[in-house]
Design a protein around this ligand. Sequence first.
Ligand code: MRU
Length: 365
Amino acid sequence: MIKTVSWSKGKVRIIDQTQLPAKLIYLDLSTLKEIGEAISSLKVRGAPAIGLTAALGVALQMKLSSAKNYREFRKEVEETIKYLSTRRPTAVNLFWGLKRMGKTLVRCKPVGDRIHPTRGLDKSSPYKGSSYINRLKKVLLNEALLIIRQDDEICGEIGRYGASLIKDNCHILTHCNAGGLATAGFGTALGAIFTAKEEGKKIRVYVDETRPLLQGARLTTWELKKYKIETILICDNMAGLIMKQKKIDLVIVGADRIAANGDTANKIGTYSLAILARAHKIPFYVAAPSSTFDLKIKSGEKIPIEERAEKEVSEPFGKRIAAKGTKVYNPAFDVTPAQFITAIITEKGVISPPFLKNIQEKLKK
Ligand code: MRU
């Protein structure tokens, strides 16, 4: 399994995904600014992976803290969370990871002159002084590492549920990268494919190259090759034709944010795929952990869509492909209305329509 994000000798270690597939380079990030930059520049990307990186980023920043008491420490945590939450707007996992770190600290709040024994510290912890602050730092780091371990377990479950929908000799189409590189190491949509392969099923995967940053071509093909899965790369605009040619049995993609009614934000181009799949009567699955659901948002219209630099489209990877001065529109995500989604695969099971009711019920468990 890939280790997309980890803690190594007091630093946050990530794979620099902008260098793949040409080079597998690990970066050891040692400051909050480096973490923030790695998230905005997509050195680390994919909804769950940015949540995990941000959580470790909080632990990293607080390791450097010289706060003298809980109040000071908490203020610094809040500032760190505020900064990291501005790095990318669409994937709700970023905010989820940061919120979980904030809540962990709140659980360590002193009660009277002692720490509550169930709040992450042992009974005898004094609430002032460097030993207490050091314990808070440890609690935050442990929580971030726990989130990473849990992501592996969650992806394992998504993989199992997802694989149950994949038959032997299945031809699958996927978009962007919802693999190990987008999570702690196993993946959601690709996790289902890897599990099906481990179960002995023969699978062929068509991969959309995913303009403009080519996460499909650069990252998904790299991962599928590692798993020795038959892979066919296509340009995004070929999906309709191969569906018409009956080359595709199902589509499976990841998600960046799922509203309460099942509307799903994912990499730009997902919406068109879902419509094509419906027109050709092909099942369209979304695979995502429960941390990708944003039940406060009733429908997809409220999901903020990131707009990225014009250069990503007009000068991809440093090579100009459009006339100088051409205006560019570069939304990084789109929203697929729930009506085009056959089912959503989560670690808690497969959710079918009606989504509004079934999402609530499944996520409560
Ligand atoms: O801009 P990116 O590369 O972060 O976009 C990633 C995606 O759209 C993925 O499909 C999504 O985050 C799901 S990852 C399990």
